[in-house]
Design a protein around this ligand. Structure first.
Ligand code: FMN
Length: 254
């Protein structure tokens, strides 16, 4: 394979971006880091990373992936910070991991996508989401030109400027907490035992027992399970009871 893109997603936005870029590049494999370990073999010409921005930086699973990633040969390297508002230190963190392997992140961009962090924010609404999808297509087309030409490009950040400096502390603090926070997920008697929460969970943290989900405390807090439930039976404490759910309508997750 000439090109490869690694992604991690909770609700599908990163997959949409990864697939969009893959289509523009052609001859490109799109790989979910929750299912594969990282190895870029010799002969790959371009390799990219598309993850959701998570508490001001990379998700925990992406930290581990980039740290352990082995890169043979000398591919052109790029990344996309898929965010709801602010990309924080995501690009700097990615560049740092690659630099430790003697590699350079040649292009890093931020793309605003619909918010999925239902614990803090309400859903944007369909009109705003459609607008974001249109803008994302435009950004993908522009990025495609840069990546195809293997051009070095200035990093493009999004949102809050102080977050680009202090986001690292915030990011590390929350990653440490995330795994066990799943104890706050609970289900109501609306649960129909469909198993979608179990299937969307990229890291196998949810197991159905007697057709009801049980969370096993190695959660990435990606918000896939709570958003995918077709009957809104999953809540996180009392934070989410009145909030609308979001799943990217442009990709197939299950
Ligand atoms: C736990 C968590 C933390 C998040 N933190 C941020 C953040 O710091 N900045 C931001 O812009 N978006 C943040 N988001 C929003 C997501 O990055 C955004 O909605 C993204 O498009 C979701 O992508 P996905 O569908 O691939 O999971 C966060 C989402 C989650 C679940």
């Amino acid at each position: 394979m000439q090109n490869v893109i690694f992604y991690f997603t909770g609700t599908g936005n990163s997959l949409q971006l990864a697939q969009g870029i893959a289509e523009v590049l052609g001859n490109c494999e799109v790989i979910n880091i929750a299912k594969h370990s990282g190895d870029i073999p010799t002969g790959v010409e371009r390799a990219g990373f598309v993850f959701l921005v998570y508490f001001g930086g990379l998700p925990g699973i992406a930290h581990a992936f980039l740290k352990n990633l082995s890169i043979q040969g000398d591919p052109y390297l790029f990344c996309v910070a898929n965010c709801g508002g602010s990309s924080g230190v995501f690009l700097k963190q990615t560049a740092h991991y690659l630099r430790q392997k003697g590699k350079t992140l040649q292009a890093g961009t931020s793309i605003l996508m619909p918010e999925n962090f239902i614990l803090l924010y309400d859903r944007f609404g369909e009109e705003r989401e459609r607008m974001l999808f249109t803008n994302a297509e435009q950004k993908i087309a522009e990025l495609g030109v840069t990546i195809r030409g293997k051009q070095a490009a200035a990093f493009e950040y999004a949102g809050n400027v102080p977050f680009r400096y202090v986001g690292g502390l915030f990011n590390r603090a929350f990653i440490g907490l995330a795994a066990g926070l799943d104890r706050h997920f609970h289900i109501s008697d609306r649960c129909i035992g469909c198993g979608k929460c179990e299937r969307i969970c990229g890291v196998g943290n949810i197991v159905l027992r007697e057709r009801k989900p049980v969370w096993n405390h190695h959660c990435e807090l990606c918000m896939g399970c709570i958003n995918v439930c077709p009957v809104k039976s999953i809540d996180f404490g009392r934070l989410t009871q009145k909030k609308e759910r979001y799943i990217n309508p442009n990709v197939t997750l299950l």
